[in-house]
Design a protein around this ligand. Sequence first.
Ligand SMILES: CC(C)(COP(=O)(O)OP(=O)(O)OC[C@H]1O[C@@H](n2cnc3c(N)ncnc32)[C@H](O)[C@@H]1OP(=O)(O)O)[C@@H](O)C(=O)NCCC(=O)NCCS
Length: 261
Amino acid sequence: MLWCTANPLPDTVDLYHANMDDPLLDVVRLAGLLSAGERERAAGFRFERHRRRYVIGRAALRGVLGTLVDCDPAALPLLTESGGKPALRCGPAFNVSHSEEHLVIGIAHEGRLGVDAEVKKSIPDAMELANGSFADDEIAVLETLSASERSEAFLKIWTRKESLLKALGTGLSMPLNQVSMQSGEGQGNQLISSRSGSVDPRRWWVRSVGLRDDLEVAVAWDRPDFSCRVIQRDDASLALDRQGVPGLRRPSQHLPAAKVR
Ligand SMILES: CC(C)(COP(=O)(O)OP(=O)(O)OC[C@H]1O[C@@H](n2cnc3c(N)ncnc32)[C@H](O)[C@@H]1OP(=O)(O)O)[C@@H](O)C(=O)NCCC(=O)NCCS
């Protein structure tokens, strides 16, 4: 498959990354791994580039999960929860995010997991976007920053929020201002407050991951103090792990997760 797959560890989220525009990926072969419904969805894309990315993303997900649960990827019974979140009835927790050509698949051995990735860029209307959807304390922090700091902080808050909403399975159908995140590094990896009865802040941990310089990535999981292990497709023999999983290469960029308060 696209990566050398590793079994999930109890306190670690594995993040598989690939560039979906890599010309070496054989999209015709990968399309053979999709279900009939997925092939139908793929056929509905207007632009070839988007169709190709969808096929590669779904095939990659099936490939990783199929290896982990020892099932033919094409036969993997992927479900869709009521909010649209793909899931497996038996098997690891997972979540997918794509931004432009980047694909990130998060895998954990159990629990509720959300991943969000956004390509880093300048966001000239960050304040306008924040005013329409962020919590008051987040808006107040953004107002104190310079334009370049503001874009970065906006994306950190955004991906942290979205990873949590994706873990919950609500996606953006839950208002973004119901949860509040800090924007900085380190101690900033926290959900400061929740105004939603459906989010118990004591159950959730959220962290940003320095997966690549050009990508803002956040992970939310209902497990404390977790680490992340990054598995790159284009990194010859792959992966990083502080526990030293056989077959994987070097110590990782683990950052401690911060407690959701
Ligand atoms: C989920 C959502 C936040 C994704 O946002 P995005 O930034 O455009 O996309 P991302 O690349 O980060 O994530 C997309 C992936 O998340 C997953 N996903 C879809 N819905 C999801 C949900 N509700 N929760 C968690 N993950 C979801 C899918 O794997 C999807 O990939 P796919 O389209 O290839 O199947 C957005 O689509 C959303 O809010 N959906 C709303 C769901 C909704 O309104 N449901 C109402 C009842 S039907």
